[in-house]
Write a protein that binds this ligand. Structure first.
Ligand SMILES: [Zn+2]
Ligand SMILES: [Zn+2]
Ligand SMILES: [Zn+2]
Length: 184
């Protein structure tokens, strides 16, 4: 009699544990569903705003001329006209040969330049962004060491001052010691 009562008690405990597990599992599923919905909405808003993430690497950086003082002095002023149609403003700078060419919204001369001779890396004189025609993507000028010298010079020519590099990521790349010593 007493042993039968013990079995009843243990089986009822197991039943309660199962119920609790079941309730916890269903709550988790609801939570995961909400989280996924939020992420999807975020992506949609990002795409609607026209914001595109810039690449932090590009397989065509090897086509750039070696970075150095000699190359950087060849950067023309940001108000240089297109060397083909002489469109006066918001042109692109070919980072391989330093020709200035107009955008795809004018006479497409930078695009033609890429299609004709394969120079795929260009810097926009309107916002100093770098576009790779071969990757069909913007490149992150502050994260890619090969692009920083020409970007700095273009920024200096356009705004009269060096760009304010966004802090930590760049410093990490060039090691903390270099960052602190160059500041001091
Ligand atoms: Zn042009
Ligand atoms: Zn070129
Ligand atoms: Zn590329």
């Amino acid at each position: 009699m007493s042993s039968a009562g013990g079995e009843d008690a243990s089986s009822s405990r197991k039943g309660k544990e199962r119920e609790e597990d079941g309730a916890g599992g269903s709550r988790r599923e609801e939570g995961a569903g909400l989280a996924e919905g939020e992420v999807d909405l975020g992506d949609l808003y990002g795409a609607a705003a026209g914001w595109v993430e810039a690449r932090t690497s590009c397989p065509h950086l090897g086509t750039l001329p070696p970075a150095g003082a000699v190359d950087v002095t060849r950067v023309p002023p940001p108000d240089s006209p297109c060397c083909r149609c002489h469109h006066p403003a918001e042109n692109w700078l070919c980072l391989i040969c330093k020709d200035v060419l107009c955008s795809r919204f004018i006479n497409k001369h930078m695009l033609c330049h890429y299609q004709e001779i394969g120079h795929c890396l260009a810097l926009s004189f309107s916002d100093l962004s770098v576009w790779c025609f071969a990757c069909d993507s913007y490149l992150d000028v502050q994260a890619i060491a090969e692009l920083r010298p020409v970007y700095e010079v273009a920024h200096l020519l356009k705004f009269g001052e060096r760009p304010p590099f966004r802090s930590l990521e760049v410093l990490d790349l060039s090691s903390g010691e270099n960052g602190s010593s160059s500041r001091a």
